[in-house]
Design a protein around this ligand. Sequence first.
Ligand code: GLC
Length: 739
Amino acid sequence: MKRVFLFAAVALAAVACKPRSEGGPVYLDPNQPLEARVSDALSRMTTEEKVALTHAQSKFSSAGVPRLGIPELWHTDGPHGIRPEVLWDEWDQAGWTNDSCTAFPALINLAATWNRDMASLYGDCIGQEARYRKKDILLGPGINMGRTPLNGRTFEYMGEDPYLAGQLVVPYVKGVQANGVAACVKHFAVNNQEVRRTATNSVVDDRTLYEIYLPAFKAAVEEGGAWAIMGSYNLWNGQFNCHNKRLLCDILKGEWGFDGVVVSDWGGCRDDDEAVTNGLDIEMGTWTNGLRGAASDSYQNYHLARPFLERLRDGRASEADLNDKASRVLRTIFRTSMASERHFGEFTSPAHFEAARRIAADGIVLLQNDGTLPLSIPQGGKILVVGENAYKMMVVGGGSSNLKTKYEVIPLDALREAFAGKAEVVWERGYVGDVTTDYNKVVTGQDLSEKRSAAQLRADAVSAASDADCIIFIGGLNKSNNQDNEGTDRLDIVLPYGQDELIEALAAVGRPMVVVNISGSPVAMPWAPKVNAIVQGWYGGSESGHALADVLTGAVNPSGKLPFTMPKSLADGPLKTERQYPGVREEGKQWWQEYYDEGVFIGYRWYDTRKIPVDFAFGHGLSYTTFDLSNASIRRSGKGWKVSATLRNTGSREGAEVVQLYVADTEASVARPSKELKGFEKVSLKPGESRKVSFTISREDLSFFDADAHEWVAEPGEFHALLGTSSDKISADLPFVLK
Ligand code: GLC
């Protein structure tokens, strides 16, 4: 009896574990190791099912395998928050009532924090929101380098230095992916402008590519473990980047060992054959064969749909190519929507709005201050706020980073809240900038229409200034065309809408005056000597108004640092010719050609090396307290060097300072920048408190990329470790020799 029973039990167990391939639902064991799950699922799939994984099935989803219970992948913009739901094949929002998100600060605002903890907090919060909204791939962060201040998407990126962007993208990616959501780091690569972005070939030498345009992506992959990368619209050295063999196969998947998916930018896939062989894994947003948008079978006409199947059948495409793509997609699904341990995220929680406010404030930069800030207004006094950006909501618009947010606190309301019962806060618009209040059917509900003429607006502002205890000008740019906006570049770095003249007129009144520039990219500030204080506010998201008021009132001591240079004029920059920017037509070449002739000399690498005066330097930012950096020293340590110094808060209130380490190679066989950022640490200290700050310098930190040898080279000779609190405020120069 016993024997029979035992046999029956074993038989039953075998049946229970054996995947039931026919009839009932298939059992894919979620507890196998990742790669075992991938190969198990792949072995069960037909060719058609594998091909389906490699392209879109709707505007923002790519197929799963329904027969095997493998869900589709849901992609969502953007880097600053979760885009509202759209209909199957539309860009406009679908009008749901439960998808208003937390709008986090623009990534340039995060970059200005120079704070790795803020980047981690940011990634975790936005990852929770994506998870809660059942999205699997977050189409962000964007980390393209600030080659030109005119780039329309500067606000979506992390500045002009690859080390700063690399150090902040890593915790952001880890934070997102801790929630079972893939970060899709974009736009890979050398996509540094919006002008003709789908028709321009970036001509960039390898040294420049490896030293400036790849490092932040490399960090995101190798240190951040990014699960997805988005190919960019442009070409690099003659091939479209959504299927660029060198970029995707040799560098990304070869040299860096990337095991995730390459997703095309929407419409970035341009060729049937290259899509198969050059490293693209998921084709999104295409309009192939002239099909536009929602033609009935447009998704079957994608380059990686019917054409791919045809190539597999006639031998022009290999099973190996197909299996590599399908495996990467499956790996992404098992890392996200089918991850065996996955919590449910949070959405628009108080903690998220609090985080948005903290991050925004931590990145606000005090550029200039004669003591007028923090504001001290007599009881019953009058504050005059001038400028459209005190009132205009900025979360709506700007392109694919557009958001429908639960609320957005504007600066004017936050200041009125902060001074309620203490001072009167009066607002004068001063000028008319952008009156639009909607994007993709997301509306702010504001009415920005204006009847007064420009002259009347200015006169009203100036006359209201005469009896103000303080004038706070809140202007800058916005998300409209040729401002901070995807799809177009700016035309100059001069403030638009006659703001310079208005600022001068207000300054001439002679009352204490603070200028707040709300922008995502540099603006020229010729009036700086005429005003008492200047603050670089950013697009701070839902809590932007509160964050700005926190800094202006002193509730928060500013500690932001510029992630890009503020030049005096565009002409001072490194892009001198049409061929450098925005590119030129050339005989016999189908696409526009843009030559990165300036090489590695972008941003402060240009201005500092050429000793060109700027309004405010990369890394600059003041505080309401003061700091002192002393006892700097350098010594050998292992294979590298250890640099340390003591930072002390010599002022009367708590604050944070960013100690920055730059390295200079004063004798090299190639032209090298006068300094390059190789370390930073944000340190918060109480009055009188001091702390030792240390950095290590490795040989890699001293190297330049030798394109001919295709390797990093550190040449023996003298180097300098430069410690300071801005690229133009170096307090210690420590020479050392590499033998
Ligand atoms: C856009 C952007 C990209 C975005 C995608 C989906 O064109 O370039 O950043 O994620 O398409 O909206």
